[in-house]
Ligand binder design. Structure first.
Ligand SMILES: [Fe+2]
Length: 587
């Protein structure tokens, strides 16, 4: 190390001599790297300010070089740092024998092909050339990429990164690794088409590990045109490992001003992101389409509802995978199928999967194996294990053949809710999933008990969920569900489900029935902080909007917290954004 340090410092002193040889030396490296050369900056002395990158910035630059030239720059040493009054210097040796070295010192990128060090060029130019201007600059503004990213379907060894941009074509790929700033792995390069989701698989990961990644964008001409800031995510937690996840109820961005304020939504999601949750669950009514005219609705109008959410969600979801629960207002529902590709249900479900990378059944996720014409695998219900917890998402809207709640065609809601069902396949899967899980904690999620109605445990005694007829006295389960051995509520009880989460009522309510918490979730961005539908709940703890629900899971217990959020002008000494309004712990 001392030898290298002396070499590099001595070499700097004789820079003027080196400059005369510059073109030949650069040509050698350019040949090795397959690059065109770029110029060396003007003489940089202690009296003249140099670009003096931090250790992390240097790591980023070297990581990018290693990634771009893996044959030449393999088997790197740890980063050597030596202090200098004009700014610290750094270098790394490669190939075991140390035959190749790369250094950053006095505003210059240096290289060594043996004993001596040569200048390659100014750091500013290296930043532009290798990092798209983001290694030393401000990442978000320096990158030419103008889209956003949403993670989905995390497993023990992979995650899917959904990339979206309007007006940009080209290619994208991600570099990633388990240390910040060092990216030893990369995804396949995928085409990026304007206004279409592009999905990158980040595979080959270790379980129970945090990974760091950045996205490369190549423009339509094939030039490296941008590199995003670094984001991170966590692979499946091992049993015994603590983690946090979070959920939101119906966001309804189409209800601007009445139940939705974009500033408040951004604030809520920013607060969620600060928790660094392993994932975030949206409970439905986040992509509502049924305020559009069913006579004239188009595919692009439906897709637009899914695009609308991305700028809000991406700052969180670039580091926390999203899971979507289907809601009544999504109209992603079986009753709307018409045998053609042109139905609201097909448009909506395809938008969900193509823009949010929802999980399909595989070795990690169980779920719906049905293939629906013009959609393929629906990916509407699924289950996974994370740490000591089982997560199960269920869906009545594709399970039933009828409009479960509001119909897209009229305002008439059904009264005979025996028509509403998970369907035999989903019911059998739910039963098997719950029975076979050895997880200590179990969570089940749906947009609402039976997908419709108002209230929590008040609805759990009837129809497929509870067995009673609408009169609330006589039992109709055996007559109406001959192929189901028990009600859904009983399945949850028999299998020790801890919490059933639902949205739909736009209010935060905790109730308990037979040892199961029925947890209704608030809206995240209601600027009126309303207490909607409170009359439907005859018991429990009721708290108004807005905010999200944070759940901390450990082997021993589950801690649930309702985090309220407020616009700055609505904060008072007693109500501050981010405060925990209510919490409880389940052993
Ligand atoms: Fe709803």
């Amino acid at each position: 190390m001392a030898v290298y340090r002396t070499d590099l410092q001595e070499t700097k002193k004789s820079r003027s001599a080196l400059l005369t040889k510059k073109h030949a030396q650069v040509a050698v490296l350019a040949w090795l790297l397959g690059l065109a050369s770029f110029g060396v900056q003007a003489e940089c002395t202690h009296a003249v300010a140099c670009l003096t990158p931090s250790t992390a910035q240097t790591e980023r630059l070297l990581s990018m070089l290693e990634h771009l030239y893996p044959t030449l720059l393999t088997d790197g040493s740890t980063l050597q740092v030596f202090p200098d009054p004009g700014g610290d210097g750094y270098f790394r040796r490669y190939g075991g024998s140390g035959a190749v070295g790369v250094g950053v010192y006095q505003g210059i990128l240096w290289y060594s092909l043996g004993a001596g060090w040569q200048q390659f060029g100014a750091l500013e130019a290296a930043d532009t050339e290798f990092c798209g201007g983001t290694c030393f600059g401000t990442p978000e503004t320096a990158s030419a990429f103008r889209g956003n990213m949403v993670l989905g379907s995390p497993t023990k060894d992979s995650v899917r990164l959904n990339v979206y941009s309007v007006g940009q074509n080209g290619q994208v790929y991600a570099v990633y690794g388990s240390e910040p700033g060092r990216y030893s792995q990369r995804s396949a390069t995928m085409p990026l088409k304007s206004a279409e989701g592009s999905e990158l698989l980040l595979g080959g990961l270790r379980p129970d590990t945090r990974y760091y990644y950045r996205l490369h964008y190549r423009d339509a001409a094939g030039r490296e045109a941008g590199l995003t800031a670094e984001y991170s995510f966590h692979t499946q937690r091992a049993a015994g490992s603590d983690f946090t996840f979070a959920l939101q109820g119906d966001s309804h961005p189409e209800r601007e001003r009445s139940q939705f304020d974009g500033r408040l939504y951004a604030r809520t999601l920013q607060t969620v992101a600060a928790d660094r949750p392993d994932f975030y669950i949206l409970m439905g009514d986040d992509f509502s389409v049924d305020n559009l005219d069913y006579a004239t609705i188009t595919k692009s109008q439906v897709v637009e509802r899914y695009v609308l959410q991305r700028p809000y969600l991406a700052p969180l979801a670039s580091s926390a995978p999203l899971f979507l629960v289907n809601g009544n207002h999504e109209q992603s529902a079986r009753y709307l199928l018409n045998g053609t590709p042109d139905s609201v249900a097909v448009w909506a479900q395809n938008a969900r999967n193509s823009l949010y990378s929802q999980p399909a059944p595989d070795a990690f996720y169980s779920g719906n194996t049905e293939r629906v014409p013009h959609v393929g695998e629906l990916r509407n219900y699924f289950a996974w294990t994370w740490g000591d917890a089982l997560f199960v998402v269920i869906d009545f809207y594709w399970g039933s053949n009828v409009a479960v709640d509001n119909s897209f065609y009229d305002d008439n809601k059904r009264t005979n809710l025996w028509d509403v069902t998970l369907g035999t396949a989903q019911y059998d899967w739910l039963k098997q999933t719950l029975e076979q899980s050895t997880a200590k904690h179990k969570f089940v999620m749906a947009h609402h008990v039976l997908g419709t109605g108002r209230g929590g445990i008040e609805l759990t005694t009837k129809f497929e969920w509870g067995g009673l007829n609408n009169d609330g006295r006589t039992n109709g389960f055996a007559a109406n569900r001959a192929n189901m051995p028990s009600t859904i509520h009983q399945l949850l009880v028999d299998n020790g489900v801890d919490i059933f989460f639902q949205g739909h009522d736009h209010i935060w309510v905790r109730q308990v029935r037979d040892g199961i918490t029925y947890q209704t979730l608030s809206q995240p961005a209601d600027p009126n902080y309303s207490l909607f539908n409170s009359s439907a709940f005859t018991s429990g703890v009721l708290i108004p909007n807005s905010g999200y629900t944070r759940v901390r899971v450990s082997e021993r217990d589950i801690k649930v917290e309702y985090v309220r959020t407020f616009l700055p002008e609505d904060e008072t000494p007693d109500q501050t954004s981010g405060q925990v309004a209510y919490s409880y712990t389940l052993e």
